[in-house]
Design a binder for this molecule. Structure first.
Ligand code: NAD
Length: 240
């Protein structure tokens, strides 16, 4: 890992780009993994806006049975902690993440650009009031679909569902960080979904070095200066 450590030492504008793979070792399975947890509930249903509008109870059952217990139990792993340490050392400028699990913040990272939102936060579709996960979960034992505590309106998670656009301001922030980076490190993303795949390409086009840490090969491996087909915690546990 000494080559990666050297690249990090030389960099002055390091940006990390993370995906579901970084949280796999924290007990949150990826969609594309073999684990059966996503099998009972289909992401094409609980993560889809059209389905949520028609049948919100499906999402709330998923949240009660799967999402909440998983998030409650998950702890940041070596890779999350290493990225937080790099920021504290002044080495890492920001994390751009596709994840919605909040584990970077739990690890101590402060500058986290969440492309797809955060499943630990909720807001009311009528009045906009925000509520935290714990507060909403408590009410789920009495209500099939928890209503807004202020106005009784419908709550939804603060995530970008399939079928919704990503926030324009979040995208601009992520693109600016990517363009200005001099070292761009992908951790745990298959890089097959847009807009995920565009960021490493943008970084490279703007002269940044590119490192990919992902258990399996990605379509952008050939573009990278360094590729590790390893577990994220293994790489970051020793490199940082
Ligand atoms: P993905 O499921 O497409 O790919 C994950 C990649 O991580 C795989 O290529 C796999 O080889 C790799 N991987 C698995 N375990 C790893 C480990 N321990 N170390 C390093 N790499 C590992 O994930 P994606 O690219 O993030 O895209 C899927 C979408 O699913 C994202 O939009 C994301 O929002 C969502 N998602 C998020 C979470 C989460 O918040 N933790 C979990 C599942 C899915």
């Amino acid at each position: 890992m000494s080559e990666l450590r050297d690249l990090i030492d030389q960099a002055s504008r390091l940006v990390a780009f993370t995906g579901a793979g970084i949280s796999a070792e924290s007990g949150i399975p990826t969609y594309r993994g073999q684990e059966g947890l996503w099998q009972k509930y289909d992401p094409a249903k609980y993560a889809d806006i059209t389905y949520f509008r028609k049948n919100p109870a499906y999402y709330w059952n998923f949240f009660r049975e799967v999402r909440y217990p998983m998030l409650k139990q998950a702890q940041p792993n070596q890779a999350h902690l290493a990225l937080a340490r790099l920021e504290q050392m002044g080495k890492l400028r920001a994390i751009i993440t596709q994840n919605i699990d909040g584990l970077h913040q739990q690890a101590g990272s402060r500058k986290v650009v969440e492309l797809h939102g955060n499943s630990r936060r909720f807001f009311c579709l009528r009045c906009g009031e925000r509520e935290a996960m714990e507060q909403v979960y408590v009410r789920l034992s009495e209500e099939i679909q928890p209503a807004c505590i202020s106005c009784g309106g419908q709550l939804r998670p603060e995530v970008v569902f399939f079928g919704e656009a990503l926030s324009a301001s979040v995208m601009v922030e992520a693109e600016t960080l990517t363009r200005e980076s001099d070292l761009f490190v992908v951790v745990g993303s298959s890089l097959v979904v847009q807009p995920a795949a565009q960021f490493p390409v943008q970084a490279k086009q703007n002269g940044s070095r590119l490192v990919i840490v992902n258990k399996d090969p990605t379509p952008l491996d050939a573009l990278a200066d360094m590729v590790y087909h390893r577990q994220a915690s293994e790489v970051f546990g020793t490199a940082v």
